[in-house]
Design a protein around this ligand. Structure first.
Ligand SMILES: [Zn+2]
Ligand SMILES: [Zn+2]
Length: 131
C-alpha cells in the first residue's frame, strides 16, 4: 500500500526534522506514532535504513550508546550528551585547535569530541550568591 508507506516515511522525516537533535529509533517511533496509527519499530528501522541509503540521514555513534540519527549535510560538528535525561544535542561549532595537543612527530588527521553534562531541562537552577 504505497500511500501508507509514504505517510509513514513522511512522519519519520518530520519527527527528525522537528526534533532538531539526533534521535534514537525509539525516540523517532515515539514522536512519529501520533501521526501514523499502528506505526511499529520494524517500520521505523526500515525507513531509517532507506533514509540513510538516500543520504538524507547520517548516523551518530557515541561510545556505549545505541545509534542515533540526524539530518545529513550538516558539516563538521560535535554533540552534547545529557547525563540525566540521555538526550543528545548538536553543538554548532568546533574549536578546531586539537592538533596542537599531539606531541611533536604525530600527525593528527581527525578527532572526536563529546561534551557531557546537563541540558537546560535538567541543569539545577543557578546558585544565587549569598547576601
Ligand atoms: Zn537533560
Ligand atoms: Zn571538531
Amino acid at each position: 500500500m504505497p500511500a501508507r508507506n509514504t505517510k509513514q516515511k513522511e512522519a519519520i522525516r518530520a519527527a527528525l526534522e522537528s526534533a532538531g537533535r539526533p534521535l534514537t529509533a525509539d525516540e523517532v517511533l515515539a514522536r512519529a506514532k501520533s501521526a501514523v496509527s499502528g506505526l511499529g519499530a520494524a517500520t521505523v528501522y526500515r525507513n531509517l535504513r532507506t533514509l540513510l541509503d538516500e543520504s538524507w540521514l547520517a548516523e551518530v555513534q557515541l561510545p556505549g550508546e545505541v545509534t542515533r540519527y540526524e539530518l545529513s549535510g550538516k558539516g563538521h560538528h560535535h554533540h552534547f550528551h545529557c547525563r540525566l535525561c540521555g538526550q543528545v544535542f548538536e553543538l554548532p561549532a568546533c574549536r578546531g585547535d586539537f592538533p596542537a595537543l599531539a606531541p611533536k612527530g604525530f600527525e593528527v588527521t581527525g578527532h572526536e569530541v563529546i561534551l557531557y553534562g546537563y541540558c537546560p531541562g535538567c541543569a539545577p537552577p543557578p546558585r544565587r550568591p549569598r547576601a
